[in-house]
Design a protein around this ligand. Structure first.
Ligand code: GLV
Length: 402
């Protein structure tokens, strides 16, 4: 059609060649797009969510994506990164960069770990085993959730890198102790105690969807103790019911001492946003603190983690004695986010939801790709900010916008 009109109008050869080239580019791109998976097409971590949403059942996508109530904290975790700007350094000789660091003495290829998230078999049949392989391929730590669909022993058998274990304390302390023993025996290298979830935050998407685990999926680590099933969710989120029935909402600082005495593993607490709580955790001898608000899934309108970080880092620095290592999660999507968190006092960050999108789209390979993309972005951000090493990411690099 286009050709005949052009010919009728007697347009010159050059114009026609241009049209042909445009057609060629369009058809090539279309067939290229047909061949490319969403993972290949993604240019950054943010690109992955929409294709993951399309492949996941609604209940699973909403469970992973949602935050509590109005999801203000969910959004603010990200917005807090955008409120900071980078005052980059020039002529810093950045031809060779080194992204490697250590967390709790563990060597990692970059200061990015996989955050604990629950129920990976909602995303991919290989579940947490695939996530662990993806983490290993990226040379970093996976933090495995208590609420995994794969038993810790199977995850460790599949893992090609270090695995830490996120712990929920059950009302049944015998079951909790037995779980900690299994986690140690399986080869996990640290325990990450979640302290921001005495009850589950109200994630309204889960309430509407009556969130539950499909037949065949369980809280695999607790099957032996009889706590493998979520209760029927006739009136709301089955996970909220599970947490209020089985997890201990009465935890206090004394329980941290109980846990420290129960395990040989280094202990981190996850879910701290206040300097006084961070100092208290340090006084209790924890090895690490994860500045976290549970990805905005617990108390809506709680402070964004990047805003919480500097006062916590300051309070720990002023306190005599060895300081726990500081990690941060919540809203990390860009290499520049990682750089900002490190500049403001984190030793490393953890990434949750994008890993699930990668898992949904491509199993272990998808997880590895997510981490590789973030690594590439961090590498570029370090080069452009004048930091050759992770140690060169100093506080002066980041300023707040008005
Ligand atoms: C589990 O820890 C969740 O936040 O859903």
């Amino acid at each position: 059609m286009a050709r005949s009109i052009l010919e009728l109008r007697g347009l010159g050869k050059e114009v026609w060649r241009g049209i042909e080239a445009a057609d060629y580019v369009r058809t090539e791109r279309e067939s290229w797009n047909d061949r490319m998976s969403p993972l290949d097409e993604a240019v950054n971590l943010l690109d992955l969510e929409e294709p993951a949403r399309r492949v996941l059942p609604r209940m699973a996508y909403d469970y992973y994506a949602s935050g509590a109530a109005d999801e203000i904290t969910l959004r603010d975790n990200r917005a807090a990164f955008d409120r900071r700007r980078i005052a980059y350094r020039v002529l810093a000789g950045v031809g060779e960069r080194d992204l490697a660091t250590t967390v709790l003495g563990e060597r990692v290829a970059m200061p990015v770990l996989i955050a604990p998230t629950a129920f990976h078999k909602l995303a991919h049949p290989e579940g947490e085993a695939a996530t662990a392989r993806g983490a290993g391929a990226a040379g970093t730590v996976m933090v495995l959730s208590t609420l995994s669909n794969t038993p810790v022993e199977e995850v460790l058998a599949a893992a090609t890198g270090p695995v830490w274990f996120q712990l929920y304390v059950y009302r049944d302390r015998g079951a909790t102790r037995a779980l900690v023993e299994r986690v140690e025996a399986a080869g996990c290298r640290a325990l990450v105690l979640t302290v921001d979830a005495p009850l589950l935050g109200r994630r309204e998407r889960d309430v509407r969807n009556r969130f539950h685990l499909p037949d065949g999926l369980a809280v695999a680590n607790l099957l032996a103790e009889g706590y493998g099933a979520l209760p029927a969710a006739e009136t709301g989120s089955g996970l909220a019911g599970y947490v209020s029935d089985l997890l201990d909402p009465n935890l206090t600082w004394d329980d941290l001492d109980w846990l420290a005495a129960t395990t040989k593993l280094p202990l981190l607490v996850k879910g701290i946003v206040r300097p006084d709580d961070a100092v208290r955790a340090a006084e209790h001898g924890v090895a690490g603190i994860v500045v976290s608000n549970h990805g905005g899934r617990q108390l809506d309108t709680s402070i964004a983690t990047l805003d919480a970080l500097p006062p916590i880092a300051g309070a720990l620095a002023r306190r005599p004695g060895p300081a726990p290592e500081l990690l941060l999660d919540g809203g990390v999507r860009r290499g520049t986010d990682v750089l900002k968190a490190l500049a403001l006092g984190a030793r490393a960050v953890l990434v949750g939801r994008p890993v699930l999108w990668g898992l949904a789209l491509g199993g272990a390979e998808g997880v590895a790709r997510v981490l590789a993309m973030l690594r590439t972005e961090l590498d570029l951000a370090m080069a452009l900010a004048g930091a050759r090493t992770v140690g060169g990411i100093t506080p002066d690099l980041v300023v707040a916008t008005a």
